[in-house]
Ligand binder design. Structure first.
Ligand code: CA
Length: 440
C-alpha cells in the first residue's frame, strides 16, 4: 500500500510497523488527523477503505499530457454523461484549481516509521479515553438506538470516531472536489480518483451537503467518519432524520454510518474483537500469519493461553481466530476474531485495528496490554526494508519486488531466512536479520 504521508511529523508514523504486520499488504493513509495541530497526538489512521495500491517509483514521474483546464473540460463531459447535472458540476467546480500540496502528499514516501507501541500510546492517550467516555454518556440514547439497529457496540463506534477525526474535531479542511480533481488529473491513481470524484458530485446532486461544506483530507476522506465518496454513497445513513446524510455535522449520522459500515464488513454482534494471549515456549511462530486461521480451541491446544491465568470467555472456543504478533515474537501476541477483521475493512492496518480494539476496551477500564514491547527493536527504515528485500532475493529467498513494503511474499522470505539462521520464524523484519544477511 502507498507510503503517502505528507507532513513532516508523519514521517515518524507507522508505515513500516504497520506494513510489517498487516494481514494483507497495505498502508497507512493520512486522515483529517493530518490537519490537527501539533499539540494533539497525530494518529495515523486512514480514510475508509482506500483500495491497495502498488506503490511504484515509476509512477511518481508521470506527467499529465494536458493542462488542468483541458482535463477539467474533458471531465465535465464525462460527468454529465454519467448523469451529473450541468448546474451541479459548474457550482462544484466554481473555485477548483490544481493543488500542488495534494500531489506532494500523494507521492510522499516517508523514510522513517513510528514503532507500533508509540502509535498505540498516541491512539490510546488518556485524554482521548476520557473524551470518549464523556461522549458515550452524552450520546447514550443515540448510541443505544444505533446498537439496536446495526448490532455494533457503542464502544467500538466511539473508538472509530476518536481515531478517524478525534470525535469530529479534525475532519480535514480541504475541498473534497478540489483534492479529488487534482488527484484525478495528476495523482498516482487517476482511475480511483476519477471514480471518487464522480461519486462526490453525485453526493452534491443528492443535496446531502454543499460544495463549500464538503471538506476532508487531501485524499478525499470526508467528515467525522472519514468516508471516501463511494463508501459514503453505499453506506452513509441519515440517522437523525433531517433528510440529509450529514457525516460532517451530525454525530448521530456519523456514528450510525460507521455502524452500518462495520455491520456490512461482517461485524458479529456481541463478540469480542479478540484477546491478548501468551505463547508457550517452543511455539511455532510461523503460525502467526493472517492467512492461517484456527478455532480458538485449536489455538489453546497449540499452547496459546490468556495472560494472568484468565479463562477464555464461554462460547469463544469455536470462533475462528488468527494470531497477530504486531512487533514480532518478542512482543505481545493477540488472537484476532471476525470483529477485528471488520475493523480492517475500515482501514487495512492491523495497528489501526488494534488501536480501535484496545481503545474500545479502555472506555470501560480494560484494554491494557500485558506483554512487553521490544522497544530496543526499532522498525527498519524504508531504505533498510528495500535493502532487506534485495538481500533476501539475492540469497534466493524470493522476497518479490523490492518496494519497501513487507507484504506476504517478503514475510515468507523472512521466515525462510530466519529458519536458516535457526531463529524463531515470525516473519518480522529486524535489524538483526538485516545484519545477518549482510554478513553472509
Ligand atoms: Ca441527518
Amino acid at each position: 500500500m502507498p507510503l503517502c504521508l505528507s507532513r513532516r511529523w508523519h514521517l515518524r508514523q507507522l508505515i513500516a510497523a504497520s506494513s510489517l504486520i498487516l494481514l494483507v499488504a497495505c498502508a497507512e493513509k493520512p486522515t483529517a488527523a493530518d490537519a490537527q495541530p501539533l499539540q494533539t497526538v497525530p494518529v495515523a489512521t486512514a480514510p475508509a477503505v482506500i483500495p491497495p495500491v502498488v506503490p511504484t517509483g515509476e509512477n511518481l514521474d508521470i506527467q499529465p499530457t494536458q493542462t488542468f483546464a483541458e482535463w477539467q473540460a474533458g471531465f465535465r463531459k464525462e460527468a454529465l454523461a454519467a448523469g451529473i447535472r450541468a448546474d451541479v458540476f459548474d457550482r462544484a467546480f466554481a473555485n477548483v484549481s490544481f493543488d500542488e500540496s495534494v500531489i506532494r502528499a500523494d507521492r510522499s514516501q516517508p523514510e522513517f516509521s513510528r514503532p507500533v507501541w508509540e502509535y498505540l500510546d498516541g491512539a490510546l492517550s488518556p485524554l482521548r479515553v476520557r473524551k470518549g467516555q464523556a461522549l458515550i454518556s452524552q450520546y447514550a440514547d443515540t448510541l443505544q438506538a444505533i446498537e439496536q439497529r446495526y448490532g455494533v457496540d457503542r464502544q467500538a463506534l466511539v473508538a472509530v470516531w476518536g481515531m478517524e477525526s478525534n470525535f469530529g474535531q479534525f475532519q480535514g479542511t480541504k475541498s473534497v472536489i478540489n483534492s479529488l480533481a487534482t488527484l484525478a488529473y495528476e495523482g498516482r491513481r487517476p482511475g480511483f480518483a476519477h471514480a471518487q470524484l464522480i461519486a462526490a458530485l453525485q453526493i452534491l446532486q443528492q443535496g446531502d451537503i454543499t460544495p463549500e461544506k464538503m471538506l476532508g483530507s487531501w485524499a478525499g476522506a470526508m467528515g467525522q467518519t472519514q468516508f471516501i465518496p463511494t463508501i459514503y454513497n453505499t453506506l452513509a445513513v441519515d440517522f437523525d432524520g433531517d433528510g440529509r446524510r450529514d457525516i460532517w455535522g451530525s454525530p448521530a449520522d456519523a456514528l450510525a454510518s460507521t455502524a452500518h459500515y462495520l455491520q456490512s464488513s461482517g461485524w458479529q454482534k456481541g463478540q469480542p474483537w479478540g484477546f491478548e494471549v501468551q505463547l508457550a515456549g517452543g511455539f511455532n511462530y510461523a503460525l502467526a500469519d493472517g492467512a492461517i486461521r484456527k478455532s480458538v480451541a485449536e489455538w489453546l491446544q497449540l499452547g496459546v493461553t490468556l495472560p494472568n491465568g484468565e479463562q477464555m470467555p464461554a462460547g469463544a472456543e469455536h470462533l475462528s481466530a488468527a494470531l497477530l504478533l504486531p512487533a514480532g515474537y518478542r512482543g505481545p501476541a493477540f488472537l484476532i476474531l471476525d470483529n477485528f477483521r471488520a475493523i480492517l475493512k475500515y482501514n487495512n492496518s492491523s495497528s489501526y485495528a488494534l488501536a480501535i480494539s484496545l481503545l474500545s476496551e479502555r472506555f470501560s477500564g480494560g484494554g491494557l496490554v500485558s506483554g512487553t514491547w521490544p522497544k530496543d527493536d526499532l522498525p527498519l527504515s524504508r531504505s533498510e526494508r528495500i535493502e532487506l528485500q534485495n538481500l533476501l532475493s539475492t540469497q534466493n529467498y524470493e522476497a518479490g519486488n523490492a518496494d519497501g513494503i513487507i507484504g506476504a511474499n517478503t514475510r515468507k522470505a523472512i521466515r525462510s531466512a530466519q529458519q536458516s539462521f535457526g531463529w524463531p520464524a515470525d516473519g518480522y523484519p529486524t535489524h538483526k536479520l538485516l545484519e545477518g544477511l549482510r554478513n553472509r
